[in-house]
Design a protein around this ligand. Structure first.
Ligand code: AMP
Ligand code: FE
Ligand code: FE
Ligand code: ZN
Length: 285
């Protein structure tokens, strides 16, 4: 979406820091965004808001806006559904207590995965995995994959998922999850906007049509896994259903050699539309 030269600024609204399974610190993300000339970013860590404060502080160095965000893992029957929350209050008590519970569940799951790997002859210690998480952030399969590479059990990150950690593979353990509706309500009660993440990544079109009947405020139209046809399709869908359009790089760092940040920016007016929606709700300002 970089062809509209007349846009007044650009935003990347989907970024993972090392407070979940990204590689960069929140400050590094902010510095990179400023160097790229972005007007706004959102840190949307998986099931964690721990990177937001650092990003907000760092952004004061630059003329950069940081939108507090989160990406919640939910489950709808057999479907894994990721839900983005924007403009949430990271200090919201209910959200914080839910995220604390989620972190405990993630730790239990990591223990189970490490035990399964041991049965398969892959001997890594939970402690080594935990050392890869930062600021008490979300522990996930990427940290386990990185540890497996370091110990020489696999050659690459993708191999770790393909052989062991991916859905349905021998060391796979499902995550504790809430329903999409519960996550949407949680985001709303924390003052935020709920957005269906990357609907074109692994959801069938019928699933998307069903999901958008829930209380979503928006839909992520621009994402590295969306072809330009999908971007257009989801944009039309957003217009038809009065949903906000969002997008971003879903950058997790440079594990795979290429850093996606900077290549999937949305016009800043998307952010303005979010703010207008919030003003309508809050009836103030
Ligand atoms: P978790 O939250 O622990 O289930 O880990 C999910 C994360 O692992 C995703 O957000 C991706 O960053 C990464 N991931 C999931 N599946 C794959 C895969 N097949 N190949 C590479 N990375 C993956
Ligand atoms: Fe991830
Ligand atoms: Fe996601
Ligand atoms: Zn993501």
């Amino acid at each position: 979406m970089n062809d509209h030269q007349w846009e007044s600024g650009w935003a990347d609204l989907h970024l993972h820091s090392y407070c979940s399974d990204g590689v960069f610190s929140p400050s590094q993300i902010v510095d990179k965004a400023a160097a790229m000339g972005l007007k706004a970013v959102s840190i949307t860590d998986h099931d964690s808001v721990r990177g937001i404060q650092e990003a907000l502080i760092r952004a004061k160095l630059w003329n950069l806006e940081v939108i507090p965000g989160v990406e919640l893992s939910t489950r709808d029957g057999e479907l894994d559904v990721h839900i983005l929350g924007y403009f949430i209050d990271p200090k919201d008590r209910e959200l914080s207590s839910y995220l604390r519970r989620f972190q405990k569940e993630r730790l239990k799951r990591a223990k189970k995965i490490v035990a399964k790997l041991a049965e398969l002859g892959v001997n890594i210690e939970l402690e080594e995995v935990l050392q890869r998480t930062h600021n008490k952030g979300s522990i996930g399969r990427p940290h386990i994959a990185d540890t497996m590479i370091e110990r020489g059990y696999v050659q690459s990150y993708d191999e770790a998922f393909y052989k062991y950690l991916g859905n349905g593979k021998p060391a796979y353990v499902p995550k504790f999850k809430i329903s999409p509706t519960e996550a949407i309500d949680l985001i709303h009660r924390a003052g935020g906007i709920a957005v269906l993440a990357h609907p074109g990544m692994d959801l069938a079109p019928n699933d998307v049509l069903h999901l958008i009947t829930l209380d979503f405020d928006g839909i992520e139209i621009l994402h590295p896994k969306h072809s330009s046809e999908k971007v257009n399709f989801f944009y039309q869908l957003a217009l038809k259903h009065n949903l906000l359009a969002t997008g971003g790089s879903d950058c997790h760092g440079d594990r795979k050699g290429r850093t996606l940040m900077g290549y999937y920016n949305v016009p800043y007016r998307f952010v303005q539309h979010m703010k207008e929606r919030l003003k309508l709700w809050r009836g103030t300002e």
